[in-house]
Design a protein around this ligand. Structure first.
Ligand code: 7RM
Length: 637
């Protein structure tokens, strides 16, 4: 079976895009008709970017899990829905068919209900990549609770911030997690977080590693025991909560250029249609294929292309608990070999890192099942693109370079595998429904080709964010106020002579380290919490593997004299406050920071120095004290 809305040629793509621009409501109603609705929508689209207000399929009634599970249980109950590969290659893998996954999701949905969960509650999920993570996510969606998944690498402080912001009442976690040769004590990190989270009433704990944990009477319970209770109650089925298309499906926190991470909100109907449509078209998924997205479900890529996109298409999605380099750098290729993976979707940072380990790790692994390769998260350099193409795809698998954001829900700009042309380091063309444009600093559109500017989108697409949780004004200010009537992405972009788009990177104070978004302000705040620090400034610099590395300029107060020790302490502080992913790669102690007369740090100058560009610093005439720049240049790391 193929999908009626799967685009099969360049011409079909062009027609679809044209129709989506000329008659967007008709176009998207036609796509949305392919899903299971309890009631069709009252209006397809209602929007204005000033408030902003974006509503798709309003009045439509559905449950996304019926589209991801029930409808496939009817037609293909024994198709594998999730294949799971453990961290340790000697641990037995698991497969859950659609029938089995449906059963487990219903069961756990009943666990949630037994623990007082109801529609509209916010539930924090802090787990590693085990099948129960997907089950927990879908069980929330089943009962209309709003999930907020927090990546298993975040610190207690970060979890606490997110739980408090969303006022969650339940946490779902595990005793511990395996990651490479490390054991992460998830439950004890949760315990630390919950000291400052009075809204939490229940903690449901899955047994994974068996490390001892503390269980607090009345608050904490074991996943397995709760399942037993449901079995004893005999209520295996859980009817899906009927949701409005515009009811919230989930919150996912993401970093910006200022303040704490914001809770990006996605809703049920539009997000479902968007992840499904982009999954089927970008990857050209064919029934029966195995799709392996290597992201963690703690990030948007995992939400959209491990869970909702594939499952809503009745696909087989592969979940991997471990990391690409353990037990050795051949792990991805072992997995491709073992499960005959058809589609591999990963990040440029992983490609560069595996490339650096050398091609010995590929030898003897049969990669001939691969038909489509994908990348996401950051710009891919041409060298990595060609290595991926030659050594993994054997020049026989189209590469899709998919540009998108947490806020966009799914892919906005990408080639369609084997259907529209690929171009190294270019995301190429907008998906149907996406109307990109480039603007200059004044918000004036830059027309024509061979131009670059700031990337904006001028019309809503079904998967776009609706608000930032609890603070709609922040959503307006961040995305809709820079340019009138446009969604601003925060990315710089070039449009070449063919009209193809190449995303060049962030133009705001957001770093992209190994494909993870990190706000400079967040890292600075964490560093400044160290007792020895007066002030700090963070910039990104080009890093061979990570894409961007974190360079910290730090002023000390002189309390601590051992500088090397202080560097380590600062890294510890950042890991504690945010998580290990935000640790600086380089720390340079300075006596002052380049500031304007009004006290603003001139990051532009620091960025140049960190990049090694010390001769051409641009206009420095507004600097309060030019001598600090000479000192910083001289001691550059
Ligand atoms: C999916 C995801 C979003 C930011 C985005 C870009 C960068 C993502 C690409 C890319 C160049 C790509 N969501 N980005 N994909 N840059 N080419 N194909 O990563 O919210 O975590 O990050 O990532 O800067 O604004 S995210």
């Amino acid at each position: 079976m193929s999908y009626p809305y799967q685009i099969k040629s360049l011409e079909e793509y062009q027609n679809a895009h044209q129709k989506s621009v000329d008659h967007p409501e008709e176009f998207w109603a036609g796509i949305a008709d392919n899903f299971k609705w309890h009631k069709k929508w009252d209006s397809v689209l209602d929007w204005n970017f000033n408030e902003p207000k974006v509503e798709w399929f309003k009045g439509g009634k559905l449950n996304i899990t019926e589209n991801c599970l029930d409808r496939w249980v009817e037609t293909q109950p024994d198709t594998p829905a999730i294949i799971w590969e453990a961290n340790d290659p000697t641990e037995k893998d698991k497969t859950l068919t659609y029938k089995e996954l449906h059963f487990k999701v219903c069961q756990f949905a009943n666990v949630l209900k037994n623990n007082g969960a109801k529609k509209g509650d916010r539930i924090c999920i802090y787990m590693s990549m085990v099948p129960e993570l997907a089950i927990a996510v879908l069980a929330c969606a089943r009962i209309g609770a709003i999930h907020s998944v927090v990546f298993g690498g975040f610190s207690a402080q970060s979890i606490s911030d997110r739980i408090q912001d969303a006022q969650c009442n339940i946490v779902i976690t595990a005793d511990g997690a395996y990651r490479g040769n490390k054991d992460i004590p998830l439950k004890s990190i949760i315990d630390e977080a919950l000291v400052t989270c009075p809204s939490i009433q229940k903690v449901i704990v899955l047994t994974r590693t068996g490390i001892p944990v503390s269980m607090i009477e009345g608050r904490d319970c074991w996943w397995e025991e709760e399942i037993k209770k449901v079995e004893e109650q005999g209520n295996a089925f859980c009817a899906a909560e009927i949701m409005d298309a515009e009811d919230m499906l989930f919150i996912l926190y993401t970093s910006g250029s200022t303040g704490k991470p914001k809770g990006v909100v996605h809703t049920c109907g539009g997000y479902m249609v968007w992840t499904n449509y982009t999954f089927i078209n970008v990857f050209q998924y064919q029934k029966g294929q195995v799709h392996f997205c290597t992201a963690d479900i703690g990030w948007i890529t995992g939400h959209s292309y491990i869970i909702y996109g594939p499952l809503s298409a009745g696909a087989t999605t592969l979940m991997f608990e471990g990391i690409p380099t353990w037990p050795d750098a051949g792990r991805f290729w072992d997995i491709v070999n073992k499960y005959k993976v058809d589609i591999l979707y990963t990040a440029p940072t992983a490609i560069r890192s595996l490339m650096a380990f050398g091609n010995d790790h590929i030898e003897g692994k049969n990669l001939s099942s691969l038909k489509v390769l994908g990348t996401v998260g950051e710009p891919i350099n041409e060298e990595a693109w060609h290595w991926y193409d030659e050594h993994i795809g054997k020049k026989n698998s189209p590469i899709v370079d998919t540009w998108w954001q947490t806020e966009t829900g799914g892919v906005l700009i990408s080639n369609l595998a084997g259907v529209t042309k690929a171009k190294p380091s270019f995301a190429t063309l907008p998906m149907p429904g996406v109307q990109p444009l480039l603007v200059d600093e004044n918000g004036k559109e830059i027309v024509g080709n061979n131009v670059s500017g700031n990337l904006c989108i001028k019309f809503p697409w079904p998967g776009m964010l609706r608000t930032t949780y609890g603070d709609h004004e922040r959503c307006r200010a961040t995305y809709f106020s820079t340019y009138n009537n446009l969604y601003f992405t925060g990315d710089g972009c070039l449009r070449d002579g063919d009209g193809d788009y190449r995303i060049t990177g962030r133009v705001d104070d957001v770093l992209n380290v190994s494909g993870h978004r990190i706000g400079t302000a967040e890292v600075e705040n964490a560093i400044n919490m160290h007792t020895g620090v007066v002030e700090s400034a963070i910039v990104g610099y080009p890093h061979d593997i990570k894409g961007q590395g974190i360079y910290a300029f730090v002023i000390l107060n002189g309390i601590h004299t051992d500088e090397n020790h202080t560097k380590k302490d600062i890294c510890q502080t950042v890991a504690k406050i945010i998580g290990a992913i935000a640790k600086p790669d380089k720390i340079q102690f300075v006596s002052g920071l380049p500031k304007t007369r009004s006290g603003k740090i001139m990051r532009r100058i620091l960025r140049k120095i960190a990049e090694g560009e010390i001769h051409n610093l641009g206009d420095t005439s507004t600097l309060l004290d030019p001598s600090v720049v000479d000192e910083i240049k001289m001691n550059r790391l």
